[in-house]
Design a protein around this ligand. Structure first.
Ligand code: VGL
Ligand code: ZN
Length: 202
C-alpha cells in the first residue's frame, strides 16, 4: 500500500472519451483494467469528471460556422473547439461502466461554467479559478499525486503541470493514459511535462 500522503487522481474516464463516444480517444477504454488495479494500491483515490452545460463555450456547435478541432481566442487565451461532449447528466458524461468507481473518495467535476473550459483538475483554463482540489489535498496532508486517465495531452497533462507548480510531487503513468494527439500535441506535451519536473512513469 502507498503512503497516506500519496493520492491517485483518475482523470475523465467517461463514455464520451472512450471508443463510440463523442470525443473518443483512440484505445481510451484499454487503460481501465490497469486503473482499477492501481486503485487498490492507493489509500486516497480521486476521480475527475468533465461536466459541461450544453451551451458550453468550448463546443464548436456553439460558435456559428466553427468546425470541431479549430482554435479560437478566448479572453483567457487560445481554446480548441471540441465536438459537443460530456454534457452534464447525459450518458456520455457518465463514467465508463468498466471503471470501478467505488474506491473514489472525491469526485471533482470541472468545466461546468459556460464561459470557461477546465482541462486541469486544479484550475480552470484561465489558470486562476480553483476547483478546490488543492485545498482538499492539503487538508489531507497529500504531498504526491499520481495521474492516470484521459486524455494524456489535455486534461491529464494540465493537471500534472498544475500539481507540479503547486509543489506536489507529480507523476504521470503513461501506460495508464491515452492521448487525443491533435497536431502533434502528445510530443509537445511530453516535453512540457519533462521540463516541469513531472515524473513520467509506466
Ligand atoms: C478533455 C478535451 C475537452 C480531456 C476534456 O479530458 O482531456 N479534452 N475536454
Ligand atoms: Zn471537455
Amino acid at each position: 500500500m502507498r503512503s497516506t500522503t500519496e493520492a491517485l487522481i483518475v482523470i475523465d474516464v467517461q463514455n464520451d472519451f472512450c471508443p463510440g463516444g463523442a470525443l473518443a480517444v483512440p484505445d481510451g477504454n484499454s487503460i481501465i483494467p490497469g486503473i482499477n488495479a492501481l486503485m487498490d494500491k492507493f489509500s486516497i483515490v480521486i476521480l475527475t469528471q468533465d461536466w459541461h452545460p450544453s451551451t458550453h463555450a468550448s463546443f464548436a456547435a456553439n460558435h456559428t460556422g466553427a468546425i470541431p478541432f479549430s482554435l479560437i481566442e478566448m479572453p483567457y487565451g487560445p481554446q480548441v473547439l471540441w465536438p459537443t461532449h460530456c454534457v452534464m447528466g447525459t450518458n456520455g458524461a457518465t463514467f465508463h461502466p468498466a471503471l470501478n468507481t467505488n474506491p473514489a473518495q472525491l469526485i471533482i467535476r470541472k468545466g461546468f461554467r459556460q464561459e470557461i473550459d477546465s482541462y486541469s483538475a486544479f484550475f480552470e483554463n484561465d489558470h486562476k479559478t480553483p476547483t478546490g482540489l488543492e485545498g482538499y489535498l492539503r487538508a489531507r496532508d497529500v504531498t504526491s499525486v499520481t495521474l492516470v486517465g484521459l486524455a494524456t495531452d489535455y486534461c491529464v497533462a494540465y493537471s500534472a503541470l498544475d500539481a507540479a507548480s503547486l509543489g506536489f510531487q507529480s507523476t504521470v503513468l503513461m501506460n495508464a493514459c491515452r492521448a487525443i494527439d491533435l497536431n502533434g500535441s502528445l510530443a509537445t506535451t511530453i516535453e512540457k511535462l519533462r521540463a516541469a519536473g513531472v515524473i513520467l512513469g509506466h
